[in-house]
Structures are given as C-alpha cells and as structure tokens.
Design a protein around this ligand. Structure first.
Ligand code: UT7
Length: 332
C-alpha cells in the first residue's frame, strides 16, 4: 500500500464587510497613508463590528464557505481545530462551539494557540492526524477578531491588524501530494516583545488592568521585525535545501502577512520572483491566524495540482516555521 500523505482538498474564507482604510486611521491616530503603506504594505483592513459576535462567527462563516463550495456533508468531519489567538472566551474552546454550529456533530474539536503561527502549527497537527490513519477529514480553521484586543489609540498596533477567517480541509492522499516536510521552531525570549499583559493567570483582570490598558496587544515592533526577518527567511531557505528545491521548483510562497517588508526579505532569501509570492496584506492587514488560509482562498484558482508550495510564518512567543506542501487539486 502506498504511503498516506495529508492533502488540502478544499478551502473557504470570510472577511467582515466593514473596511477600515488608512485614510480613516489618519483621523483616529497620528499617522498617514504614506507611512503605513511604505512601512507595512497595508492599505485597509476588515473589522467585525456587529455586537456580540466573536471569533467563532468568523470561523463559522469560513467553514460554511468551504462546506458549500465542496458540497461536503459536515457529519463526515472527524475533527475541527480552530487556530486562534482571540478565542470567544478564555474557557470553553471556540472550536467546540464552531463544530456544533456547522453541523460537525461526529467531530471532536479544540483550539490551538501559537499567535501568528497558529495556523502553520495547525497544519502540522492536522496533517499528523491524517497521516496516522486515525482520521479521514480534519477541518483546520484559522480565525481572529484582532479588533477585540487592539487599542485604537495606539498607532504602533492599530494600523497593522484586521479581522478574518479561513478554513482548509485535510484528507488522505495516496499520490504523494499534500504535506511533505516541516521545520517548526519557538523561543520564549519573544514573550517580552509581543504580548497582552493582563487577563491571564499571572495578572488576572481587575479594575486596574483595565484602567492601565493592559488587555491590549503591545509589541516592540522593531525587535519583532528583526527576529521575524531573519527567522522566517532561515527556515524557508533550510526547507528548500533539505528537499533539494531550487527557486525554479517552487511555485508559490504562502507567507504570514504581517509586514510586506518581512515577506519580501523571505522571498529574496529564497531567490523567488515577485509573481510567485502570494500577497493580500494590502487588503486585510495582519489577520494573525487567518492570513495563510485567506491567501489560499484568494489565489485558489491559480494553484495547480502538483504545485510546490512553501508556507512560512512568524509570530508572538516567538513561534515560527516553514512547511513544504504539494498542492493536490485544480479548482474549476
Ligand atoms: O505578526 C507577527 C508579529 N508582528 C510583526 O511581525 C510586526 C513586526 N514589526 C513591524 O512590522 C514594524 O516594526 C512596524 C510596522 C510595527 C513598525 O515599523 P518600523 O519601520 O519598525 O518603525 P519604528 O517602530 O522603528 O518607528 C519609526 C518611526 C518612529 O518615530 P521616530 O522615533 O523615528 O521619530 C515611530 O514613532 O515611526 C513612528 N511611528 C509612526 N509614524 C506614523 C510608529 N508608528 C507610526 C504610525 N504612523 N502608525
């Protein structure tokens, strides 16, 4: 019997309707379109504005998009993973609610948190379950309502992040397509440079933590940028070498959309031409766990069966890595 690999067989996505443009941000904080565009590549981002809707809403919409496109019976899904840094609530995993809402009544579900690398790590987890032979349909969703943890008076963070969700289905493949290799890394040194101070077990929520704005994301952008550039490029170059891939062999780079300059640096190290580098940061900003599946969804029609794709991400923690995958289908 041929070896089972784990292939992505369907994708879905959702972004909220509300658009927050650089021009509107200019009226909110001391910034300007030229600065944001040249330093990050971002032009606008989407925000989930409806009250009482959280990350689960984004995840459900993305999953339902996938289910409809693929004509999938949700009762056949074995497992639902929601990769997110902004769960609906601290306790009661978002994935469990999402699985029930989409009709995945035979699935078990849990959340996976590794900041901006959540979806990349989730690809490793989902693939491993498939390769083990124990499960046949694993739904991996990446969704984040970043607007729930952003201070819209802080120009160093509010210009970067947006809300969104994306989903992929992993299934067994016997043609050698799908997941090929991974290099995943983490380093706790990063916890000082990108974090939310309060609301966890070290500093539980209090009147004081709210007053001090300690429930919002804080980052030392320059330091994070430096680590991101060198680490994301390193693992992407290493995974190419380890798999004897030249720049010609690679069809696409699907990289976390945090900053266009970070993506460009990785592409340069891989010696890739611009047309192989998928980019939608200009429209959505950094949607944390949703960036990779949003790229797959936006560019799905261009992806061809057998294409060699390198995925790369870097995020808080620090967490980072690279995954090499062969695309498994042509979309019509
Ligand atoms: O998703 C995973 C984790 N996150 C990241 O990967 C983010 C990594 N970091 C970055 O993308 C960049 O560091 C930022 C986009 C956050 C900032 O860009 P930068 O080129 O590193 O700018 P900087 O922080 O060095 O700031 C340069 C100047 C400063 O002014 P002075 O000190 O030179 O006078 C800032 O005060 O730009 C100022 N500045 C701004 N100006 C206009 C900072 N934010 C803004 C702003 N608008 N929004």
């Amino acid at each position: 019997m041929s070896k089972i690999t784990a292939a992505i067989t369907a994708v879905g996505a959702y972004v909220p309707d509300f658009v927050l443009s650089n021009q509107v941000l200019e009226t909110m904080v001391d910034t300007n379109d030229e600065w944001i565009t040249s330093r990050t590549g971002i032009k606008e981002r989407r925000l989930l504005k409806e009250p009482n809707k959280g990350t689960s809403y984004l995840a459900i919409q993305a999953a339902e998009d996938l289910i409809a496109k693929r004509n999938l019976n949700p009762t056949e899904i074995d497992m639902v993973i929601v990769a997110t840094a902004t769960p609906d609530m601290p306790v009661a995993a978002t994935a469990v609610y999402v699985a029930s809402e989409i009709g995945a009544v035979n699935a078990f579900a849990y959340d996976l948190q590794a900041a901006c690398s959540s979806f990349l790590y989730g690809m490793s987890t989902a693939s491993s379950y498939i390769e083990s032979g124990r499960y046949k349909k694993v739904l991996l969703i990446g969704a984040d309502k970043m607007s729930s943890i952003i201070d819209y008076e802080d120009r160093t963070t509010c210009i970067i992040f947006g809300d969104g969700g994306g989903a992929v289905l992993f299934e067994p493949n016997t043609e050698g397509l799908g997941f090929q290799d991974e290099i995943l890394r983490s380093d706790g040194v990063g916890r000082e440079f990108l974090k939310i101070d309060a609301g966890g077990s070290i500093l539980p929520s209090s009147e004081e933590t709210v007053k001090n704005k300690q429930h919002f994301v804080q980052q030392d952008g320059k330091t994070v940028f430096k680590y991101a550039v060198s680490n994301m490029a390193d693992v992407s170059e290493r995974i190419m070498k380890r798999n004897n891939l030249t720049n010609e062999d690679i069809s696409w780079l699907v990289a976390h959309q945090a900053n266009k300059r970070i993506i460009d640096a990785t592409a340069r190290r891989m010696n890739l031409i611009d047309s192989k580098v998928l980019m939608n940061i200009q429209r959505y900003g950094n949607t944390t766990s949703a960036t990779l599946p949003l790229l797959l969804s936006d560019f799905e029609k261009q992806l061809k069966k057998g294409d060699n794709i390198v995925f790369a991400a870097f995020g808080g923690g620090f967490t980072w890595g690279s995954i090499y995958l062969k695309w498994a289908y042509d979309s019509n």
